[in-house]
Design a protein around this ligand. Sequence first.
Ligand code: ZN
Length: 447
Amino acid sequence: MKLTFYGAAGEVTGSKTLIETGGQRFLLDCGLFHGESEQRNAEPFTFQAKSIDAVIITHAHLDHIGLLPKLIKEGFTGPVYTTEPTRLISKLMWEDAAKIQAEETEGGGHRIYDLADVQKTYKLLQSVKYDEWRHLPGGVEIRFRDAGHILGSAFIELRAEGLTLVGSGDIGNDDVPIIKNTEPLAEADVIIMESTYGARNHESARGRSALLRRAILDIVKQHGTLIIPAFSLERTQEIIYEINGLIEGGSLPKLPVFLDGPLAINLLPIYRQFPELYDNEAMFMRATGDDFFRFPGLEITLRARESFNIDAVQPPKVIIAGSGMMGGGRVVRHLAHYLPDSKNMVLVVGYQALGTRGRQIADGARLVEIDGSEIEVSAEIRKIEAYSSHGDQSKLLGWLDTAHRLPQTIFLNHGEKDQSQALAEIIKASGRAGRVIVPEEKVIYEI
Ligand SMILES: [Zn+2]
């Protein structure tokens, strides 16, 4: 078996791992690069797209699926295996990405793919049930297990040549709203594990809904507007779920709450379609007829015109809008409108990458540039970190401890170098694996 990393090696984004085994070439994820490596998205792949026999997708975040339409454009025609929710969510994610590319390149510039490429890609997707082995050519078998990261997310078990390889994809944080926790490991000789938070532990999950409640109560008291910039996939649905619980449980007064993002809104039916993937609390609510994406005061503003109408609604009010790092989407106009008033508040509930507008605002910038204008930041900026969808260091180590036997090799990818190295040291020192490797890009590792 041979492994080659073509992304997410020494960085978080661009997940793409070539697995060569049983005479077959599998690509595990085909993700987009974000932030500092973004220019790489437009460059040709450094492997032959046509030479790949099949693709396996762990979950529908763009840094795991975002370049798959480009792989098809460059000649890949094989099957793509993933779970059914990921198949459905991926289509919406690619359509949104293609639309954004079309807007950004209106005046010229290179489009990586368009809606026609997305259609071709979607046709290649085959859904695989969780926990069932699928037999592939070359005597290779794969199985998807719930990773507890976002709806439909999986870690992959791949059996070939007498070895079991586990590809973690992204490992979820424990006790997040709606979805289940990560399944334990079983057999694993080789593990490719993410290490986004390899050197850090999150604040406790217990206080997070109290912090959200406090922010909303403060905004009610000061008659202001609360803006919650949120990723359209998972974070938005989690925040709606939490506010639903607070309002229906009588911990918050009824007030206008706007869900203002077409992608987040269009994802709601997919969340409603898979109650068997909910955790016990969400399952109970569903079984007792409580639709947690609906509560008194919630308004869903799908059309752009409806979004503009929010301006005229008297405060106090809450606006949940994407994009999560405040670089695009409807949240941008709201920021320009509400940031200059000290009665308002921005609640940061997601990771803000270096170099993004969200990071600037979260770090306390007093002025930000929006559509060519300097906007004064007088609104209060608050953060809740515990909504992270990634497991922290203790979660990752605890997950490794669920393996039935000591893994011979662990590769740590999907992390900034310092995060992966710190985790590697702990794994080595605690004897949790025969060897630990922080892989370099494009180096072939033989197992
Ligand atoms: Zn992810």
